[in-house]
Write a protein that binds this ligand. Structure first.
Ligand SMILES: [Zn+2]
Length: 296
């Protein structure tokens, strides 16, 4: 019987904003997602609740290389862990300087507080995983499903009836709405739709979202995700048609998201959780880039 432990990384003091998942096998535990390095201490604490230290984790699966998902993978590699990821993410984990430089352009002096450091992972510890490849750890099989749309280097990991969806199945916190996180540079609605349809075909009994937790009512979750994805894309398209500047678009969209969430009676605390898990300004830049590529 497979047990999945949800580890809450308490990102920026927010509960249920970023998860890491611990799976135990007869051949030791493994992690799916590491969160950013800024929450590594919290992850260490969460592991110790289950009787483990970071050294015990010899296999780490990351859904994609964004810092909130993979930012602490290098630390496990320092302890000898193998890191499984999409082939397109490999060179950035081997040499994160480009990844960190582009994050610094966005977050500037906030880099450390948000994400912390990121170091190189030696090539022999990186395992670029093919679509439908199966990795076996103890008695547990982990299957890779390449699922682009949110990012070209995205994998959803299937373990038994469970699918760990990173960001491709969107964000949903507690009883809040399903939202589609759309940061630059890879957002692609057509690819994302193919990935959502693939999730339907895999037909898992549970999704595990990195932001945040397990979802059992999968079809209504995916329908809500599609609606948010297309509605948000159309909204940004409308801003482009009005020839608004990027700061104008950001302001409008941030207000739009805020009032939409407030209309659902979300608490102040939940507004903060959503903002930490999926900052709206990123989706403006991501969808703007999508439309520019598509329309030009
Ligand atoms: Zn994310």
């Amino acid at each position: 019987m497979l047990t999945v432990h949800t580890l809450d990384l308490n990102f920026l003091e927010n509960e249920e904003a970023i998860a890491s998942y611990l799976v135990e096998t007869s051949n030791g535990p493994f992690l799916i997602e590491t969160g950013p390095f800024s929450t590594f201490k919290n992850l260490e604490q969460q592991l110790s609740k289950h009787g483990y230290t970071p050294k015990d984790i010899q296999h780490v699966f990351i859904t994609h290389i964004h810092l909130d998902h993979a930012g602490a993978a290098w630390k496990f590699a320092e302890y000898g862990a193998k890191v499984y990821l999409h082939p397109f993410g490999e060179r950035h984990m081997a040499d994160p300087s480009k990844l960190m430089a582009s994050a610094k352009m966005i977050y500037k002096e906030d880099m450390d507080r948000l994400w912390g450091d990121m170091k190189s992972i030696p090539a022999d510890l990186l395992h670029a995983t093919d679509h439908e490849e199966i990795i076996t750890i103890g008695e547990v099989e982990v299957k890779a499903w390449h699922t682009p749309g949110h990012a070209n280097h995205h994998i959803a990991w299937q373990v038994g009836e469970n699918l760990f969806t990173g960001d491709v199945a969107g964000v949903k916190i507690e009883n809040g709405p399903v939202v589609a996180p759309c940061p630059p540079p890879d957002i692609n609605l057509e690819k994302w739709q193919v990935s959502i349809d693939l999730i339907r075909k895999i037909s898992p009994s549970k999704l595990y979202l990195t932001h945040f937790g397990a979802v059992s009512d999968i079809e209504s979750h995916l329908i809500a995700l599609e609606k948010d994805l297309y509605d948000t894309a159309e909204l940004i398209k409308g801003y482009i048609d009005q020839e608004l500047s990027l700061p104008e678009m950001e302001e409008l969209f941030i207000n739009h998201v805020d009032s939409a969430l407030r209309a659902l009676n979300l608490t102040e605390e939940m507004l903060k959780q959503y903002d930490a898990a999926n900052p709206p300004f990123m989706s403006v830049a991501g969808l703007l880039r999508y439309w520019q590529k598509k329309l030009n």
